[in-house]
Design a protein around this ligand. Structure first.
Ligand SMILES: [Zn+2]
Length: 304
């Protein structure tokens, strides 16, 4: 069986692994991202970790990489990425192909996670599949028949910046009241602060814990979160009528708090498509979704 070297680049840590084509992770190394040390330094550390895994006796056919976007999956060039500020213009394909002497495939990390969940998640889906991650930001990937949907010039669609309330607060994307500005973890923190300006900032997970204990304001915050999660999902369901949506990210660890309300919103407004047939489930690969998905990205482009 083929084994692929896999790289998951995040804002705080980089994971490198060996993934067999049946989805088994055979080895895994990690280091801090330390983006301030620069792009070239990080690439050298990735190459060293991949070589260390090779030295353990695992032979790679190629390397798959998942990295926060915007980036080009065609050229491998990183654009202006908020969590990797000094990496703009760095070329993942050129650096890693030169360092490893192997073919490299690069994907946006949310697209990679979508590929991983669709292929190796529980209740995997070959149909129209949407992966959504809700944490510090909101993003995701859209698959048709196991293949990524790409926009013009390979562009990654940014489902987290769909506008849900144009009287909402401004987002860095230029819109007001986009999904991310209303339903990300920081949006929950901000809403609580607006209600209780003198209270210390509460993280999304602290708010969820307080809601479970019956805190009235935290329950309102959670209900509001469920409503906006539902509204964003409802738009995706009305537009794509997907077979399945998988929900991941830190906020969804408290998914049971939100999903009854979200499902009610979907029932109420997705009346023009067979929305009851869309399966909505938790993502199941956890922290391995990008590592597995980056390997799947490589396999899709190179296997026959
Ligand atoms: Zn936005």
């Amino acid at each position: 069986m083929i084994t692929v070297g896999s790289v998951d680049i995040g804002g705080t840590k980089i994971a490198v692994g060996a993934v067999r084509e049946d989805g088994a992770i055979l080895a895994r190394h990690e280091c801090k991202t330390e983006p301030e040390k620069g792009f070239h330094n990080a690439m050298q550390r990735i190459i060293e970790m991949l070589r260390a895994i090779s030295a353990e006796g695992l032979q790679f056919k190629g390397i798959g990489v998942g990295c926060p976007g915007p980036l080009s999956p065609t050229t491998g060039v990183i654009e202006e990425v908020g969590t990797l500020p000094s990496w703009q213009g760095g070329n993942l394909l050129v650096e890693l192909e030169a360092g490893m002497n192997l073919p490299v495939v690069v994907e946006n990390d949310a697209d990679a996670a979508a590929l991983g969940e669709a292929r190796w998640g529980s209740d995997a889906s070959d149909g129209t599949f949407i992966y959504v991650t809700i944490s510090t930001g909101i993003g995701g990937g859209i698959l048709f028949g196991g293949h990524l949907y790409r926009g013009v010039d390979g562009a990654h669609p940014e489902i987290g910046h769909q506008v849900l309330d144009d009287s909402g607060r401004p987002c860095y994307c230029g819109a007001r009241g986009c999904w991310e500005s209303l339903a990300s973890g920081p949006a929950m923190t901000r809403w609580m602060r607006e209600q209780q300006p003198d209270a210390p900032n509460a993280t999304a997970s602290e708010i969820c814990e307080a809601a479970k204990l019956g805190d009235v304001l935290a329950i309102r915050c959670v209900e509001r979160e469920g409503y906006y999660i539902g509204l964003g999902l409802a738009n995706l369901i009305t537009i794509f009528a997907p077979d399945k949506i998988a929900l991941g990210g830190g906020i969804m660890k408290s998914g049971p708090l939100f999903m009854d309300i979200a499902r009610q919103v979907i029932r109420d407004i997705c009346t023009q498509v067979p929305s009851k047939k869309t399966r909505i489930a938790s993502a199941s690969l956890g922290q391995d979704s990008v590592l597995l998905g980056a390997a799947q990205a490589w396999l899709l482009r190179h296997k026959r």
